[in-house]
Design a protein around this ligand. Sequence first.
Ligand code: MCA
Ligand code: AMP
Length: 505
Amino acid sequence: MSNPLYDTLFGGYIGSDTPFIETIDGKITTHGNFVAIASRLANAFHALGLKKGDRVAIQAEKSVTSLCVYAACIQSGVIFLPLNTGYTTAEVGYFIDDSGAKLFICDEKKVDDMKPILEKFGVTLKTLNADGTGSITDLAKQQKNSFSPVDTNGDDLAAFLYTSGTTGKSKGAMLTQNNLLSNSKTLTKYWKFNDQDVLLHALPIFHTHGLFVAVNVSLMSGCKIILMPRFDVSQILDNMPKATVLMGVPTFYTRLLSETAFDAELTKNMRLFISGSAPLLAETHIEFENCTGHRILERYGMTETNMSTSNPYDGERRAGTVGFALPGVEIKITDPESGLELATGEIGNLEVRGPNVFKGYWNMPEKTKEELREDGFFITGDLGLVDEDGYLQIIGREKDLIISGGFNVYPKEIELVLDDQPGVVESAVIGVPHPDFGETPLGILVIEDTNVEFKISVIENKIFEKLARYKHPRKLIIMNQLPRNTMGKVQKNVLREKYKEIFLS
Ligand code: MCA
Ligand code: AMP
């Protein structure tokens, strides 16, 4: 009997007194306690009738218990499906329906809104609040604190992570145990994680970055985690002297740089600052080094691929690049038309192959075929080039995607909501530079030529109802018509140029 992911990440910690997680109230959870809580939860899943391959969807605040739900899923061979806490009821409804989840775990505050949807799909509901209380905790407390891990192999699915797409319809990326295992082994070694490390954990735990990268690497290396509910600059500054590593999105670093207390003295115990999920401006990289003496290590990844490239730990961390393919991972730059590999320095589609690359999109064989080639290369939708020294630069995106503070926003999803509103003839959503979030959506509307007073506020309310807050256009602008090319296609590049400074002045 074996369960490779559980055995590697958790199996060795049974009964261990070594501190694993410290929360900001100073409470410490040992590795042994963590595994015991996870085992109680795994028994609770069993009592609820969950079997290997079933899906557990969770939309809960970041806490030790919500991380234990992840461990319990691995242990019981159940597929873990974490959801952004900002998703609206309508958005969550789609994920529940599409994934066929058997159990949904959420904060008590969301129960009334969620009940009709869960009843419709026959999904069991349990609660988990930010303080760790809830009906799933109550059920877990009645269970034994040991659980014999369900037999799995590396190719079995460990998680579904939904990622939105150019059509506006989210896709469930199926990640196997081996995808997660291979990547965390590689990163632990590459970034030299060890049991003396202390990670400042301020990322959300519903994405690859804060979950698989941060948590799996910590488990693999024995690194301790200081778990923060969210990114709060003063909490980061207070805890930095106790820490050695920070993983963040570029917004973390630009916010830290605007703090006078953030300097070389404060960061003297730190050995590594890692950035990813969105482009880090070369000027931020340089400013950071001038301020602290540390060079940020930028890496590149995707939900579908985990981490694919990284700047070197020991060699030159080059600003404006995402480094080299990780050991065991292959990258190539191809011609978007022919698919043929391009020469050094030429810009084209970035493709990735390796044990880190996902199995496909849940229930979407056609979509999977479009993006995952038969030879195993995944077409990322990012445009890049490999320079003379082998460093990869992400130059732009083939896909119509906006990355706001590290969260992906697909314009189509917003345009579908805008186009549906009375009085709107058509809309275009573009990404424009934003001083804090890097990029942010801007909505442009063409409205009907009537005498009826048109209220932007009505549309804004509708957006609140339909879409998570981070997807909301920061502004809606009315134009007489959208610029189009001779083929009739909206020229988003013209709009992006026109409004590129709208949030910068
Ligand atoms: C929060 N808001 C946002 C964002 N986050 N709006 C746009 N973009 C965002 N990213 C909303 C809030 O709801 C709030 O709404 C208002 O904006 C201001 O919130 P603020 O307090 O400034 O936000 P925050 O809580 O400080 O969050 C900003 C953040 C956070 C720290 C940048 O978004 C974050 O932790 N981002 C990390 C995302 C991440 O982990 N990405 C990894 C996925 P209101 O105005 O109503 O108050 S990508 C991935 O996993 C791949 C594999 C990879 O390569 O890593
Ligand atoms: P997600 O689908 O949420 O996993 O986001 C993945 C996308 O984030 C990639 O396709 C890239 O567009 C972007 N991304 C991740 N890391 C970087 C980086 N270091 N530089 C530029 N873009 C990045």
